[in-house]
Design a protein around this ligand. Structure first.
Ligand code: SAM
Length: 260
């Protein structure tokens, strides 16, 4: 793993969730069994149906290289490999998440800030970014890097949590939800063309067995760490975001795009 950390990285509140809890997740899966890995490792990426919608509209096919920028614990990239035959590479700034992804799935993973990716121009056939943009202030810097490492005309996929109101009542620490018009402006400004858009609410939700497996993993983490203040902070972050989504103030949107 190579360290390329720079500006625009998750702050302390987010590190609890994306670094510490991510690493605890791998330990919980080791106890519960491999069938818990994918559900537990898709953190914020929506349902398998959402991943399949993106894969289809991005034209992901067997043998294609796919960069997952902000890959978290690596569930979405692993599913794309298993279901669509892509060759994934994971980039993620939190070392605990990278170690967890390596332990769970063994795919190539690099500790890297998405705004300074350690890859040459046009390295990948395709790239996606799931649930990452709302954690970043400098969205254009990150998107420019995502575009740079994809071949001309290459496919780009995004899952973005966007705010549907001007002001959110309760903004979780470190989150910067764009509005949809702001997002579309940012994409156009960096040379990314949107081909198709789909609200997350219009694709099938996560199957019950996935939810149940993810819940069992969370129960094991809570059993072992509920007295740790990092667990409490991560829980509070998640509850704030879940509340914003269930109140309709923040909505997930899938975007299948091309490098212009
Ligand atoms: C909600 S999680 C989503 C993880 C994964 N994409 C998924 O869907 O399962 C957001 C991820 O963005 C990562 N992230 C935050 N800042 C980043 C940056 N500057 N570059 C790349 N990833 C970043 C976090 O560390 C975290 O793993």
């Amino acid at each position: 793993m190579k360290d390329t950390v720079g500006g625009g990285l998750p702050d302390e509140a987010m590190a609890d969730e994306f670094d510490t809890v991510a690493w605890w997740t791998a330990a919980a899966v080791a106890e519960l069994g491999e069938d818990h890995a994918l559900p537990a490792a898709c953190r914020g990426s929506g349902s398998p149906a959402a991943l399949d919608w993106l894969a289809t509209w991005m034209g992901l096919r067997s043998g294609m290289s796919l960069l997952d920028s902000g890959a978290g614990v690596g569930g979405p990239a692993e599913r794309a490999a298993r279901e669509h035959g892509v060759r994934p590479t994971l980039a993620e700034p939190m070392e605990g998440a990278c170690r967890a992804a390596g332990r769970l799935f063994g795919r190539p993973v690099v500790v890297a800030n998405g705004a300074a990716l350690p890859f040459g121009d046009e390295t990948f056939d395709a790239a996606w970014s799931l649930g990452v943009l709302c954690t970043l202030q400098d969205k254009r810097g990150y998107l420019t890097e995502l575009r740079r490492v994809v071949a001309p005309g290459g496919a780009l996929g995004l899952l973005v949590y966007a705010r549907s109101v001007d002001e959110l009542p309760d903004q979780p620490d470190g989150n910067h939800f764009p509005s949809l018009p702001e997002l579309r402006e940012d994409l156009a400004a960096v040379g990314i063309t949107v081909l198709e858009e789909k609200p997350l609410t219009e694709v099938a939700s996560t199957p019950a067995e996935w939810d149940e497996a993810a819940e069992r993993v969370e129960e094991v983490i809570a059993r072992d760490h509920r007295h740790d203040e990092r667990w409490s902070r991560a829980q509070a972050q998640q509850e704030t975001i879940t509340g914003l989504i269930s109140d309709g103030l923040v909505t997930g949107v899938l975007l299948a795009c091309r490098r212009a």
